[in-house]
Design a protein around this ligand. Structure first.
Ligand code: SAM
Length: 253
């Protein structure tokens, strides 16, 4: 079962996720980001009241809902998964969040002050197309804020070990910086979150193992095996430096 069938997954993983993050740091994110890191990225992207924010690959929009509630921005989340968006809409309640279903690229034909791409750069084999779209929808001085899974592309053996490897495309920093530059986006802030995300991956792995039987009953044995196998690899790769996790903000000239 792939995670784009989100309803059983979100419910099955909720308790394990809540237990894995330090108090106050779990806000419905489907990733290694903490609430503190989401706020830090929002600070550097200068997200404030009334600004138009596009959250590309928002999933159930844990980060998006946090940012909208705390910053008073105007928020649009885009994701290809109808079930993730159904959950996102329900959880957003009265927050001024809009959601649109679609496969990226392209991005919606609107103007934005900030474009977010959180924990999903690795899902795109064709990054220049996504970055060009981000630049197209940003106004002058607009910010593109993302996290980046940085490293040499996976080897055939690594791809064979990673479940859903067709959604894991690593890229090296120099290449991404050049792609951003070509898209008209200049990096203005960058921080290395590898150690923190290795810690989060380790905590999630421990929690998924502790709840393995219950999760397996709800999503099936194969899905829980893959979930654990993927997290074992992330713990190894982030812990050994095979993959770095970087946070970045790039500004449109
Ligand atoms: C790991 S989740 C991250 C969700 C959210 N950004 C977060 O940090 O909690 C990745 C999301 O990207 C979506 N996604 C992946 N490729 C996509 C594409 N080409 N177009 C639209 N959504 C995509 C998936 O459906 C999923 O909801």
């Amino acid at each position: 079962m792939r995670q784009d069938v989100r309803d059983p997954f979100t419910a099955a993983l909720e308790r394990a996720r809540q237990e894995a993050y330090p108090p106050g740091e779990y806000v419905g994110q489907e990733s290694f980001l903490s609430a503190g890191e989401i706020r830090r990225l929002a600070d550097h992207a200068r997200i404030g009241p009334g600004l138009a924010v596009l959250d590309v690959c928002c999933g159930v929009a844990g980060p998006g809902r946090l940012i909208t509630a705390e910053r008073g921005c105007r928020y649009l989340g885009v994701d290809s998964s109808p079930s993730a968006l159904r959950i996102a809409r329900e959880l957003a309640g009265d927050l001024p969040c809009r959601f649109e279903q679609g496969s990226v690229p392209p991005l919606p034909d609107e103007g934005f002050d900030v474009v977010l791409l959180l924990e999903t750069m690795l899902a795109f084999p064709d990054r220049p197309a996504v970055l060009a779209e981000a630049a197209r929808v940003l106004g002058p001085g607009g910010r593109f804020a993302c996290t980046l899974e940085e490293g040499r592309p996976l080897t055939p053996d690594e791809r064979a070990a990673m479940p859903d490897a067709d959604t894991v495309w690593l890229v090296e920093l120099g290449e991404v910086t050049a792609m951003l530059r070509n898209a008209g986006l200049t990096v203005v802030w960058q921080e290395d979150w590898t150690a923190a995300h290795a810690g989060t991956a380790t905590a999630l792995l421990g929690s998924f193992r502790a709840h393995e039987a219950d999760i397996g009953n709800r999503v099936g044995a194969r899905a829980v095996d893959e979930l654990i196998a993927a997290h074992e690899l992330w713990v190894d790769w982030l812990g050994s430096g095979r993959v770095r996790k970087l946070a970045m903000v790039a500004e449109k000239r």
